[in-house]
Design a protein around this ligand. Structure first.
Ligand SMILES: *Cc1c(COP(=O)(O)O)cnc(C)c1O
Length: 391
């Protein structure tokens, strides 16, 4: 049946070749290397669930000159594993010891003067110049200095730069609605970013990279490119704006496949009700498969009676509630225990995609892939590549 019979219960397969090819396509799409911006691939949260190290290697091989992470430890893990390229870590905590990041040559982000002071402390302690990316909040109201405190942060950074503690390597911000290209806030955020850049310019700052765009903005708003774009979800082959069809021509390849073996099959009679709460009742005689994955493995409980699966080339769906370790799925006649059940994959063999799962569950593909595997960590993960070089 399956090409890979070497797993016992269920498996998450990550195609690193797909990530590499996606990044190559994304670099081409923004003309990186010629007139276009440099490319960062964001590998936070274990590479959106695809594995930190494999994703990072594939991203570098595809042409990413930068990697982006949220947490300090993600950056330090990458350095320990041998990555030596440009890297930005952007989610510092109050009282953070920036020494190890500065020592490891990781660029850091400052959202406030307090954070900048902590970065200066780290620089002083290590005797190195910290490379800082000042973040301005242009309308997301999440990280970054609001425009009211921006000038204060810029002036403090200019002073710290003169004193030799930091180099302002970047000025950056993040969109709220880039997946809705027509949303009025996109233009407003770009205007606010321009105003923030002017304040920095007047203070004498000369950032190496100004950056604003995530995947959706990079693909849909060339005006937001500046010197660097930050690709996350698109690198993993999923659309950042699923309802915008002019991304389709890129033919990005979803890199993650999740499959399992049916633990058991049985036939239901009319009137048989399924799983906790009996939320599904068979209205016809039907074959079902017991799939050994549940919310303990990252399957959303919101997928109850909605999540799509493929068995023996046939599409079916989850029947009744998703439990902690298992769910029941519609199966074609003839299905036997041990048959492969594909939850999602690239979609090239008619199997569902993570995007379909997201729509079924009322969420976004980002959440589906990032949570897959779950905190119990009992689903085997395997990394493949077309030529084996990245595994
Ligand atoms: C996660 C993240 C990105 C990547 O976003 P995608 O929509 O996945 O491309 C870019 N920038 C920041 C600040 C992020 O937190």
């Amino acid at each position: 049946m399956s090409e890979h019979e070497d797993y016992r219960r269920a498996e998450i397969v990550v195609d690193l070749g797909a990530i590499r090819r996606n990044v190559e396509k994304l670099c081409d799409a923004v003309a990186a290397g010629s007139d276009g911006p440099a490319v960062m691939v964001v590998v936070k949260a274990d590479g959106y669930g695809h594995g930190l190290f494999g994703s990072a290697r594939a991203a570098r091989a595809g042409g990413a000159t930068w990697l982006g992470v949220a947490d300090r430890d993600e950056a330090l893990d990458l350095r320990e594993e041998g990555d030596t390229g440009r890297m930005l870590a952007w989610l510092g905590m109050p009282g953070e010891d920036y020494g190890p990041l500065i020592e490891a040559d990781v660029d850091v982000a400052a959202y406030s003067t307090q954070q900048l002071e902590e970065i200066v402390e780290g620089a002083t302690a290590t005797g190195k110049v910290a490379r800082v990316h000042l973040k301005v909040d242009t309308g997301l109201s999440r990280g970054g200095a609001p425009l009211s405190t921006w000038k204060g942060l810029v002036d403090a950074a200019a002073k710290a730069e003169k004193a030799g503690h930091v180099k302002v390597a970047g000025i950056w911000s993040h969109f709220a609605c880039s997946d809705e290209p027509e949303h009025a806030s996109n233009d407003l955020q770009e205007e606010a970013f321009e105003a923030a850049l002017e304040v920095a310019d007047k203070a004498g700052l000369e950032p190496e990279v100004r950056h604003l765009a995530n995947s959706a903005a990079a693909l849909l708003r060339p005006s937001s490119w500046y010197d660097l774009v930050r690709f996350g979800i698109a690198a993993y082959g999923l659309s950042p704006a699923p309802h915008v069809t002019n991304i389709d021509h890129l033919e990005l390849e979803p890199a993650m496949t999740v499959h399992a073996k049916a633990a058991l099959t049985k036939d239901l009679a009319i009137g048989d009700a399924v799983s906790y709460g009996h939320t599904f009742t068979a209205e016809r005689p039907m074959r079902v498969a017991l799939v050994p994955l549940g919310y303990g493995d990252g399957i959303p409980r919101h997928a109850s009676s909605l999540g799509p699966v493929q068995i023996r080339g046939h599409r079916g769906r989850i029947l009744g509630r998703v439990c902690m370790d298992q769910f029941v799925a519609e199966a074609p006649r003839g299905t036997v225990a041990g048959d492969e059940v594909v939850l999602f994959g690239p979609g090239t063999n008619g199997e569902p995609t993570a995007q379909e799962w997201a729509e079924a569950c009322g969420t976004i593909s980002y959440e589906i892939v990032t949570r897959m595997g779950g905190s119990a960590n009992r689903v085997a993960k395997r990394w493949t590549d077309d030529d084996g070089s990245l595994v």
